[in-house]
Design a protein around this ligand. Structure first.
Ligand code: PLP
Length: 359
């Protein structure tokens, strides 16, 4: 094996041809060639994100799009409801406050999903312009039922915008943006999309663009109306795009669509089931509340009290990288990602090595 294979929840393995696509010569983003390439990217991104509304590509990681979401969706004097069930929900609340937005933070126990009834209870107070939810909380391997939350919000709080972080799930799990009536779904290149880090991908509703027009101080770099002005119809970007990364995305979007979205989601689910079966055969428990396990990363509780760093080191000696528990879960849990390019055969190879350590 030529390089350590990543079974961590980002960055993930990138196909060799996709890596190589980054070495293509530069072109100007104000020339004739760029809009053709960019339009084609936008067109395929809409297919992958299951939307016929707006999509944008930013030169940023996922956190830049969290910033975009709060800056564009929340008016002065109105509030944002930040549901926190792990470290990325926590980040979203910090981003909200750092951008001067009035935040109501709701902390739920780590490993629990966000449930519609929690959302209902807090939105009932009124005064909210938006709610932030992490679809797949990577720190705890827990996935919330965003479809059920969206159904509630659309019915009972039609003016509250639904801002969804799907950084570690989009393209690996079906998230029907238009069907559920979401307002912003944000993701990044380096997780289930299996691209190098550095690109943000987002789907945006017409409703959010309408709202943004009423929000002052949206900033410049992440102003959705400016992005729309340039990208509308897939022409170009306000600032210089990350051209080499877009070349990689050009090939990877084709690869994703050639595999087929249904097949891609099914492969992620199969790898998840294999990981659950592997863990449970030893008597390990899964960290998330039953029924809410992530389909892209499994967080295994260390209820058997094994030496987690030693197991990680053993895997590393065999060129395989798995993750420790995140933050306060360090050594109390460990994480095996099964997202992006990883196949059932790759999972078998990992389990053989981990079996060696555990036996
Ligand atoms: C990785 C991750 C982020 C942060 O993304 P960056 O690309 O590192 O900025 C946000 N949310 C979730 C759920 C993530 O997994």
């Amino acid at each position: 094996m030529s390089h350590p294979r990543l079974y961590i929840p980002g960055p993930t393995e990138v196909n060799d041809d996709v890596l190589a696509a980054q070495t293509k010569p530069m072109i100007g983003h104000r020339g004739d060639e760029f809009p053709k390439r960019f339009y084609s990217l936008i067109d395929r991104l809409k297919q992958i994100l299951l939307t016929e509304q707006h999509v944008y590509i930013t030169a940023s990681s996922g956190s830049g799009l969290q910033e975009t979401a709060v800056r564009n969706a929340i008016r002065p004097g109105r509030k944002v409801l930040n549901m926190v069930t792990g470290s990325f929900g926590d980040r979203w609340q910090q981003v909200s406050v750092a951008n001067g937005k009035e935040s109501v933070r709701v902390d739920l126990p780590w490993g629990q999903p966000v449930r519609p009834e929690d959302v209902d209870q807090h939105l009932a107070a009124g005064g909210f312009d938006a709610i932030t939810i992490v679809h797949n909380e990577t720190s705890t391997g827990t996935m919330s039922d965003v479809g059920a939350i969206a159904a509630l919000v659309r019915e009972r709080y039609p003016d509250v915008l639904l801002l969804v972080d799907a950084v570690s799930s989009a393209s690996g799990v079906r998230i029907p943006f238009d069907e559920w009536g979401l307002d912003m779904l944000l993701t990044a290149s380096q997780k289930a999309f299996a691209l190098p880090p550095g690109l943000g991908f987002t789907a945006v509703s017409e409703r959010l663009l309408t709202r943004a027009a009423t929000v002052p101080h949206r900033g410049w770099y992440f102003d959705l109306l400016l992005l729309e002005k340039y990208a509308g119809g897939g022409r170009t970007t306000p600032a210089t795009p990350a051209i080499s990364l877009l070349n990689a995305a050009d090939l990877q979007f084709d690869r994703i669509l050639a595999e087929g979205l249904e097949a891609r989601w099914a492969r992620h689910e199969t790898c998840m089931e294999m990981t659950h079966a592997w863990a449970e055969q030893y008597g390990f428990e899964l960290f998330p509340a039953p029924g809410y396990e992530s389909r892209t990363v499994t967080c295994v509780s260390n209820n058997l009290d094994i030496d987690v760093p030693a197991m990680i080191a053993h895997a590393k000696r065999h060129n395989m990288i798995i993750g420790n528990g995140y933050g306060k879960l360090k050594n109390k849990a460990f994480r095996i990602a099964h997202m992006g390019e990883l196949t059932p055969a790759n999972m078998e190879e990992l389990f053989e090595i981990l079996d060696e350590y555990l036996s």
